[in-house]
Design a protein around this ligand. Structure first.
Ligand SMILES: [Zn+2]
Length: 310
């Protein structure tokens, strides 16, 4: 067992696939979730037990919990029945704009990449070539001088195209310019966004069902900014306050936990979370450093799958 596995931590899940929810980059099946659950065996604790032990600072090194980010319907449809088969409960970190009827483009774009292109590299090629038709062409070329695939060693499952795409999206373009490029691409495909996004997110009923079944629903911001720590303190406060108020209203109880969207947070974020009386939080990596109550480590399911399949 490596050093990494001997701290109490969460396992972080995102997308699942079956007949209804499309098989794409980073998705796993119900069967693979079962393999992960069996791999960890009795190290896995129900969410409420893990939470109590974390608060009391008495988690054992081996203690692991399951976490699901982003309020995705595929998690509810595919992962929940598996958890029930094993009598397990989990943390579900919910960004609330999508439960309030909003659409967040990050997820729409992800589905677009998955269903409209035969491979992710075909998408990247289209994206990189669309970029060259835009006014951002020079800006991108210049910024790539600072790009290095090696900087992403914490995410060993990313290919060079993955990291280059993420670098351009997050560092060079930023949200607005990136969205413009993607909207140009989507327009070419004649997609109706409302219809296209109807199977992406859970409903308020779904999260109530989870809470009734002893799962823990936690914060994940309101609109899921990709770089929350770059926002002003006031904007960060709005993100978490709206998220908190929405979930408290929907569930009839105050959320006590958080996971940081895109692992982005600052000391200002911690002050905001303390004001909301959030008790524990999760980051999105297993880096070996001292951490606060808002930085419990998490292992990405992709790393575990690779370990199991080796
Ligand atoms: Zn997220």
């Amino acid at each position: 067992m490596t050093n990494q596995q001997t701290v109490p931590h969460g396992i972080m899940f995102h997308h699942f696939h079956d007949e209804r929810h499309v098989n794409g980059q980073g998705t796993i099946s119900a069967k693979q979730l079962e393999q992960i659950i069996e791999y960890y065996g009795d190290r896995l604790l129900p969410a409420k037990e893990w939470f109590s032990k974390a608060k009391a600072n008495c988690l054992a090194e081996k203690d692991v919990c399951l976490t699901f980010d982003d309020a995705l319907l595929c998690q509810y449809d595919i992962a929940l029945p598996v958890l029930e088969k094993y009598s397990l409960t989990a943390f579900w970190f919910v960004y609330s704009s999508v439960l309030a009827g909003g659409i967040e483009k990050l997820e729409v774009y992800r589905k677009f990449r998955t269903v409209c292109f035969s491979s992710i590299d075909q998408f990247y090629n289209d994206f990189f070539s669309t970029l060259e038709e835009t006014e951002y062409q020079d800006m991108v070329a210049k910024s790539l001088e600072n790009y290095s695939h090696e900087n992403w060693s914490n995410f060993p499952f990313y290919t060079k195209h993955d990291t280059k795409f993420r670098f351009i999206r997050d560092t060079t373009l930023g949200v607005e310019r990136y969205n413009k490029v993607m909207d140009v691409m989507i327009k070419k495909h004649n997609i109706d966004i409302t219809d296209f996004s109807s199977d992406l997110w859970m409903s308020v009923d779904n999260i109530n069902t989870l809470a009734d079944k002893n799962h823990i629903i936690g914060l994940h911001s309101h609109t899921h900014p990709t770089q929350l720590s770059m926002l002003s303190v006031q904007e960060q406060e709005n993100e978490y306050r709206k998220n908190f108020d929405f979930l408290r209203e929907a569930l009839g109880q105050s959320p006590k936990t958080v996971s940081h969207p895109c692992n982005s947070y600052s000391t200002d974020t911690f002050s905001i979370l303390r004001n909301l009386k959030i008790e524990i939080g999760f980051r999105a990596n297993m880096e070996n450093h001292l951490f606060s109550e808002y930085e419990f480590p998490r292992e990405d399911h992709a790393n575990i799958i690779r370990r199991i399949e080796q």
